[in-house]
Design a protein. Structure first.
Length: 240
């Protein structure tokens, strides 16, 4: 990942001034990001309650149907999450260069690993000045490739495998994902790994939110507002 090398525009000043804003994230990517954030939140809360159900409530179960509602919300959010991921893969092919960064990890490039180590030093407060990147920096790209790219596939596959037990033999969920249960050693193992996957994604989300806010405050480019407007703004004219 190369550092920013913006073009210059001539202004009526003594010297040329570098462009300080670049359109990075297209509208479909931004929409997917926020829908995905809501889906993950619903999935995490309802998934936790499915794994650790609420205490039994007094009265007739038909008057409450709490866990039925929890399961419905989990399944609905799961479908939205899965459909959104398929759309995001599609947009990686038809969108701009930055739309593909989530699914492409340039591990063969020496510059990528140098940039990753450099960013790690910045996040560990071992550097006082970070580099500027138009899209994701190498460390963010590395983390999102595994957490969102591979992690999403794992959660979708194991989630639909568990769902196939309720959908029953012969359902499309059983045909496409039923093989996962015997492969992983049984339903209980799939439940366990699916639950652990939820905690792994939540850990990533916590770090992701912290890093985004920290970058907005301490780095040389915008972060949170970029995922709202799509435009990344820079705080100085120095490309390095």
């Amino acid at each position: 990942m190369a550092s920013l090398d913006p073009a210059t525009v001539e202004l009526p000043t003594e010297r040329p001034t570098r462009v300080t804003a670049v359109y990075v994230y297209e509208a479909p990517v931004r929409l997917w990001h926020w829908i995905n954030a809501v889906s993950i939140t619903v999935l995490a809360v309802t998934g936790y309650l499915i794994g650790s159900p609420l205490p039994t409530m007094s009265g007739e179960a038909s008057a409450h149907y709490v866990m039925g509602t929890v399961r419905f919300l989990h399944f609905a959010a799961g479908y939205i999450f899965a459909v959104g991921f398929v759309f995001r893969v599609y947009w990686a092919f038809v969108g701009n260069h930055h739309a593909r960064q989530l699914f492409v990890l340039p591990f063969w490039r020496r510059s990528f690993w140098i940039g990753l180590i450099d960013e790690a030093k910045w996040y560990l407060f071992l550097k006082s000045r970070p580099k500027k990147y138009i899209g994701h920096n190498p460390l963010a790209q590395f983390a999102m490739f595994f957490a969102i790219g591979i992690g999403s596939v794992f959660m979708i596959v194991t989630g639909f495998a568990l769902y196939s037990e309720g959908a029953g033999p012969g359902s499309w969920q059983d045909h496409l994902f039923g093989w996962v249960i015997p492969l992983m050693g049984g339903s209980l193992n799939v439940h366990t790994w699916h639950h652990l996957g939820m905690w792994a994604i939540l850990l990533f989300v916590i770090v992701h939110v912290y890093a985004a806010i920290r970058e907005d405050i301490m780095s040389r480019q915008s972060m949170v507002s970029t995922m709202i407007s799509g435009v990344r703004t820079f705080k100085d004219d120095d490309p390095d």
